[in-house]
Design a protein around this ligand. Structure first.
Ligand SMILES: Nc1ccn([C@H]2C[C@H](O)[C@@H](COP(=O)(O)OP(=O)(O)OP(=O)(O)O)O2)c(=O)n1
Length: 134
């Protein structure tokens, strides 16, 4: 994406805000594909080849803008995502969460923004407490 933009002298347009808005626009296009279809089974067995190809294109647009946004913000997305996976694993321990999609929120989590304050197994149901302690 960096090469793609540079070759076209498009760095001037690829500001963080522009890229974020472009990505959200592509999320809208992705949503349109599923719009009015109701729930669809995993693997999309009834979809035509061209519909799946279109889906792949819109998914790619979202991914490409996300990667580019991370890059221009100076975020190593690969590293950040691996770290977030580790945070998620601590926040949602298998023994507490297996078979349940209920959101678990640590009690007295403080700021809570990046998984900070996730400690031990002192969890409450998010319907009674969120990460802001409200
Ligand atoms: N200033 C731009 C414009 C486009 N792209 C790249 C990133 C996306 O992968 C793709 C988006 O192109 P379009 O805006 O033409 O969007 P679509 O491909 O979805 O076409 P359309 O909106 O006509 O369906 O091109 C980019 O990096 N920077």
């Amino acid at each position: 994406m960096a090469d793609f933009a540079k070759e076209r002298d498009w760095d001037q347009f690829h500001s963080p805000r522009n890229l974020l808005l472009a990505m959200v626009g592509e999320v809208g296009e992705l949503s349109e594909i599923f719009q009015w279809k109701g729930e669809v089974p995993r693997g999309l067995p009834d979809w035509k080849g061209e519909e799946k190809e279109h889906l792949g294109e819109e998914l790619s647009d979202v991914l490409l803008y996300l990667v580019r946004l991370s890059d221009v913000c100076g975020v190593d997305l690969g590293k950040a995502a691996m770290r977030k996976l580790e945070i998620n694993a601590i926040k949602y321990p298998v023994k507490l969460c297996k078979g349940s999609s209920e959101k678990k929120t640590p009690i007295n989590a403080g700021s809570g923004a990046s998984g900070g304050g996730v400690t031990g197994s002192i969890y409450s149901n998010s319907s009674t407490s969120n990460s802001n302690g409200v």
